[in-house]
Design a protein around this ligand. Structure first.
Ligand code: HEM
Ligand code: HEM
Length: 516
């Protein structure tokens, strides 16, 4: 008997299973390489995980919904548990959504989890994106990963729109009418595009089935592939980290993937799932039975898209109803301008990493994150963009704001129009001042230490405040960006130097992974 055979005989059944897989998939070398991968610890890294887990929840609940949802616009007469709609003509899609809500066991909860998860997914993506924006993690070499993320955001928005169009209720039909109007406003191609999408004149009989294929197959497929590519790139580039003692452009300090990070991530998945399930169990979302089935001659009052598309609605609502006639054709500028501005606002985000490196001429690799105050212009652009987005969101709900607060809708619309121009500029200027103020405070802290509030009288009568010098770690964090700006800071590009530059302690706990 050979040694290997003797070892195989002695090995436990677990080891034998692992050996079996190793022989076929090479899991040992993969595991050795990646299971001890170091992940830095920071609460904001959880935002990416929220996106990931809510996406998983969407896929799981979406698959359950496909078992009962009928993507058909054929007309049926409803005879189900929801008595007020009994005997009413509606599409099969709407009738099956009512069945999911009232007759399928657990159906309403799963529908609500699906919808709430969609809202949280997009909120997660937007905050995750802003976190990466403000800390500059999109810089070289992560521009492509930024673009992958950005594509996920775009696809997520359209996936949501297609999803809430599926039940074919009065609200989703109103949303589709909006899409139709946007298409029709496009010169020359508008009518063709509308007929192509709806398979004839709006609303036609095809749109639910078409959106269904896109919603359950094409878009989730592309998104799943992009999520995998996104995460592979995070592993390939190694994670960025905030500056601090022991952290350089060439190492990553944190906890290993197995077992620490994996245990935390597993727990966090159940936390995210649990919170979404709890919200869905207590808060109604999209009660389609109270809107009624879609009819092209009706529109519901207070119709609103899901929050992530509210800014597109706002763009249309703040525009005056301008129209011009050119060569015998009417151009509806009131809709056409928003249709052009909407993608522009999104494209600006996608190309930002390239524009920034072009303007600043910074083509270096960056693995240490910026503190937002040290990049005042970028930070101010980010806050101005957020303010623009929020104002448009409020503009998209101008009717709700007017009715809830007993205001005139014209007054609300005009306030939004003025705010749209003034507020982002003010926010930009104020944020920049705040950043510069914070930088000044950092400089004073470095130069004089922290004020203790203790005032001393010196022997010759002078009063002075006692300042406590900062610790080495604090000093390192506050001055690290200035060293990176100096040409001599190229030491960051030299082989790993885990020792802090200001003589502070090494990272107290955690593991360190060094660039080869
Ligand atoms: C990945 C992102 C996804 C988003 C943002 C999303 C969003 C939505 C939304 C907002 C609705 C309307 C829910 C409602 O009726 O209140 C919906 C419906 C639906 N979704 Fe998704 N979804 C996603 C993925 C999926 C996947 C992967 C599947 C299936 C494999 C799926 C299947 C369905 C079905 C069958 C419906 C119609 C059922 C109904 O409305 O009750 N979804 N989706
Ligand atoms: C389905 C949607 C998304 C998922 C599941 C996802 C997931 C993640 C995860 C888990 C990480 C590592 C941890 C972290 O830094 O948070 C990450 C990193 C990153 N994400 Fe996303 N993300 C998504 C969307 C986005 C979007 C919309 C953007 C920006 C437009 C983006 C840009 C980035 C960048 C630049 C990194 C690299 C950061 C680094 O190495 O420090 N992601 N993503």
């Amino acid at each position: 008997m050979t040694t290997t055979e003797r070892r195989a005989e002695k090995a436990s059944s677990g080891e034998r299973v692992a050996d079996w897989f190793d022989g076929r998939l090479g899991v040992y070398s993969l595991g050795k390489r990646y299971l001890r991968k170091v992940f830095p610890d920071h609460w904001s890294f959880l935002l990416g995980e929220i996106c990931l887990y809510s996406f998983v929840v969407l896929v799981l609940t979406g698959v359950y919904l496909t078992l009962f949802f009928h993507p058909s616009m054929n007309e049926v007469v409803y005879h189900g548990s929801y008595v007020p709609l009994n005997g009413i003509r509606m599409s099969e899609a709407y009738a099956s959504t009512l069945d999911i809500s009232f007759d399928v066991r657990g159906g309403l909860l799963i529908r609500q989890i699906h919808h709430w998860a969609a809202l949280i997914f997009l909120a997660g993506m937007l905050t995750h994106m802003m976190r990466h924006f403000f800390t500059g993690s999109f810089r070289r070499p992560r521009e492509v990963n930024w673009l992958f993320g950005w594509t996920l955001l775009l696809l997520g928005m359209f996936e949501g729109l297609f999803g809430y169009s599926l039940p074919d209720d009065l609200l989703s039909g109103t949303g589709l009418r909006f899409v139709d109007g946007a298409l029709l406003s496009m010169p020359i191609v508008g009518t063709y595009l509308s007929f192509f999408l709806f398979g004839g004149e709006f609303p036609g009989h095809d749109i639910v089935a078409r959106f269904y294929s896109l919603h359950v197959l094409l878009i989730p497929g592309i998104m799943a592939a992009l999520v995998v590519a996104h995460l592979i790139l995070v592993v390939y580039h190694k994670h960025t980290q905030f500056g601090g003692p022991g952290k350089t452009e060439r190492n990553v300090v944190g906890t290993p993937f197995m077992p620490v990070y994996m245990a935390k991530a597993g727990g966090f998945f159940f936390l995210v799932f649990g919170v979404i399930a709890l919200i869905s169990a207590v808060a109604t979302i999209n009660p389609v039975w109270s809107y009624g089935p879609y009819r092209a001659d009706q529109v519901s009052t207070g119709a609103q898209p899901d929050w992530y598309l509210g800014f597109a609605e706002g763009l249309v609502r703040v525009m005056p109803g301008w129209e011009i006639t050119m060569a015998g054709h009417t151009l509806v500028l009131g809709v056409l301008i928003p249709v052009v501005v909407f993608p522009l606002l999104l494209v600006l985000i996608g190309v930002y990493p390239f524009v920034e490196s072009w303007i600043t001429g910074d083509r270096r690799e960056h693995h240490l994150l910026d503190r937002p105050r040290n990049r005042p212009i970028r930070t101010s652009l980010g806050t101005a963009w957020i303010s623009l987005y929020l104002i448009l969101l409020a503009g998209g709900g101008n009717d709700i704001v007017a009715t809830r607060f007993h205001l005139s809708i014209n007054a609300v619309t005009w306030t939004v129009r003025i705010a749209l121009i003034v507020v982002p500029v003010v926010v930009f200027v104020v944020t920049r001042r705040i950043c510069l103020g914070l930088q000044q405070r950092d400089r004073e802290l470095v130069a004089h230490g922290r004020a203790t509030g203790v005032v001393k009288r010196l022997p010759h009568g002078e009063y002075v405040e006692v300042h406590r010098p900062l610790s080495h770690a604090e000093l390192h964090t506050l001055t690290e960006h200035t060293r990176r700006l100096l040409p001599s800071a190229d030491r960051d590009l030299q082989p790993a130097d885990p020792q802090p530059a200001v003589g502070g302690p090494r990272m107290p706990a955690g593991h360190e992974e060094t660039e080869p």
